[in-house]
Design a protein around this ligand. Sequence first.
Ligand SMILES: N[C@@H](CCC(=O)N[C@@H](CS)C(=O)NCC(=O)O)C(=O)O
Length: 226
Amino acid sequence: MAKDITLFWVSGSPPCWRVMIALEEKNLQGYNQKLLSFEKGEHKSKEVMDINPRGQVPTFKYGDKIINESYGACFFLECEGRTQGTKLIPENSNEKAQVLQRAFEGNTLHQKMIDVITYNWRVPENERHDSAFKRHKEALTAELKLWEGYLQKQKGSSSFLAGKNFSMADVIVFPSVAFLFRMGLCEESYPNLAEYYKGLKDRPSIKATWPPTWKETPGQQLFKDI
Ligand SMILES: N[C@@H](CCC(=O)N[C@@H](CS)C(=O)NCC(=O)O)C(=O)O
């Protein structure tokens, strides 16, 4: 299966990282991959646009099948590789419901994080309305408190996001959590998320796919007052 897979990705992109963790967990090392540069605009190249007209990453292909959305690619890998590697979606209905719930909530967390980042990076300083920036930050704070609560509830019984085992919820959400800390999220303000982050950052699938640019450059402080 690995030889039929092609992934176009950018270092530090949580959606790309999800797919790469899923590939590792499913023992699909050795897939074809191309690391692109946002700075050089390589995500808008013809090679990518032909497969993904949005010009986004991850751009993912399995044989002649195209599955560009990170959720789609991760779920596809789980469905196709049902018998290999880590089982990312449990059979049991109650456990499955919890994994799907947290995995899809991960999209809300990610979006709220992106709202703050986008505002900060894209809105020129003289066009900024502090109240809008404040609103985005408050929405992210409220979201993060929810996740703190989820982790608090299961403290002592599991170090994963949904149930007792590593699951699709962790594949999807961990990269966003790592991104938050990379961008300065305060460990003291979010101790459960910090513990979750530290507990998973050395997992082999995560270590093997750690964004290469993060190893070379320091993080930022954008989220320090969230
Ligand atoms: N919903 C998509 C989102 C992908 C996405 O937003 N990718 C960003 C990088 S993190 C991107 O390619 N941005 C460049 C652009 O939109 O032009 C997924 O989950 O795969």
